[in-house]
Design a protein around this ligand. Structure first.
Ligand SMILES: NC(=O)c1ccc[n+]([C@@H]2O[C@H](COP(=O)([O-])OP(=O)(O)OC[C@H]3O[C@@H](n4cnc5c(N)ncnc54)[C@H](OP(=O)(O)O)[C@@H]3O)[C@@H](O)[C@H]2O)c1
Length: 377
């Protein structure tokens, strides 16, 4: 009896792994990942968290094997392959490339071919259930309606190559399970957030990417001799604001969910793997969407010197507005969405796990504030 886990060094993966290690079990967990420091990076990512509590000796359950998604056979030797598949009961495939604005080829190589390579490995472990971490964004360009957990369609196209790569990977999982009579669960989180400060050397949340885009734009605008934070705070205290127009739909909404909840829900759900030959898909989403307006107001607490105006078009953009448009256009494209996500299967699978707290102005202000505090540290 053993578990194999990809993506353990990631923002989500490290929290799912911690949940698995917190269970009362002595089942070995083999982490498959890249680089010579795989053990050190995995242990650092898992141990800085203080919840859930790890039983004594939990880290002793960990084993490590060097492997790369992009390499056929994951780059495993025959011996490694036998070792990691022998007695395997669960294979968690959490690793992926998450670049939203990225070149389609590396995304395809990591997320589609990478999933193919992990499924090939699972062929050698006939009793293992496959837990595939996908994304609620496989719904792609669909803007409205209630997305069901079994929905998987390319009819609306995709906003990014990342979405398309995750969609195609889900298709591979379905084909593999049906062809081989295998058991598989697909877990689709929405945008993952946390209000807990993450140490700088560990993988941060996707909101950090948004903040970095805004910060880099602002740094080109503010006086070089003063820090960005001091400039903006002083401007805010003086009541001055820098008006910034951003092309986005102010009525748009998206789904964000706490990473801590997502990791807990996934491990609860893993107790409900379906029968052989079937795939069960669960939306690991928040019960309520978050409006773009709420996100923008929360950004306002981090940047008191800026007033952001969401507008349909930005005529005669300032240099700063052009920069933001160039760098954040894909992100702002998500503001056109209104769709909601069905969670019926998730709620059945997680039983009495309480729903996450609201992602409201206060929560987002904390989430953005902790990122800010760390960046300026
Ligand atoms: N973060 C979100 O908001 C979000 C939302 C929805 C769905 N998801 C899905 O959740 C899963 C985990 O995301 P995350 O937030 O943990 O991402 P992350 O922080 O970017 O971590 C990605 C993980 O994948 C590993 N990886 C990437 N390329 C690899 C390769 N070629 N070979 C081996 N390992 C590789 C990384 O290893 P290294 O440390 O070596 O780079 C890391 O462990 C992904 O499947 C993602 O699509 C995430």
């Amino acid at each position: 009896m053993s578990i194999l886990f990809t993506g353990a060094t990631g923002f989500l993966g490290s929290r799912v792994l911690r949940q698995l290690l917190s269970q009362d079990s002595d089942e070995p967990v083999t982490v498959l990942g890249r680089g010579e420091r795989l053990r050190a990076r995995t242990e650092a990512a898992v141990t800085w968290l203080d919840a859930p509590r790890l039983p004594d000796g939990a880290l002793g359950r960990l084993r490590f094997v060097s492997g790369d998604l992009t390499v056929p056979g994951l780059g495993l030797s025959n011996d490694d392959r036998t070792r990691v598949t022998d007695g395997l009961t669960q294979l968690w495939h959490c690793a992926a490339l998450l670049n939203q604005q990225g070149d389609p080829i590396p995304l395809h190589t990591s997320n589609v071919l990478g999933t193919r390579h992990v499924l090939d490995l699972a062929d050698a472990a006939p009793d293992a259930a496959f837990l595939h971490i996908s994304t609620a964004y496989v719904a792609g360009g669909r803007r409205t309606g209630h997305v069901l957990e079994d929905d998987l369609s390319e009819a609306h196209g995709f906003q990014t190559s990342y979405e398309e790569s995750k969609y195609t990977a889900e298709r591979l999982v379905h084909a593999w399970a049906h062809r081989g009579g295998r058991r598989a669960m697909i877990l689709r989180p929405s945008l993952l957030v946390t209000d807990r400060p993450v140490p700088q050397h560990l993988p941060g949340q996707p909101l950090d990417v948004l903040l970095r885009l805004i910060d880099s734009g602002l740094r080109t605008r503010v006086a070089r001799s003063r820090s960005l934070t001091r400039y903006l705070t002083a401007a805010g205290l003086r009541g001055e604001t820098l008006a910034l127009r951003v092309r986005a739909d102010s009525d748009g909404e998206g789904n964000a969910v706490q990473v801590e909840y997502a990791a807990r829900a996934m491990v609860h759900a893993a107790a409900h793997i379906p029968a052989p030959g079937t795939v069960r898909t669960l939306h690991v989403t928040h019960p309520q969407n978050t409006s773009v307006g709420t996100l923008v107001r929360a950004l306002g607490t981090r940047y008191p010197g800026i007033s952001v105006h969401l507008v349909p078009e930005v005529p005669n953009p300032t240099p700063l507005e052009s920069l933001i448009a160039q760098q954040a256009d894909v992100l702002m494209g998500f503001s056109t969405q209104r769709r909601t996500y069905d969670r019926t299967g998730l709620l059945q699978a997680v039983g009495d796990l309480p729903d996450p707290e609201p992602i409201d102005h206060a929560y987002l202000a904390r989430a953005l504030g902790t990122a800010a505090a760390l960046q300026s540290a």
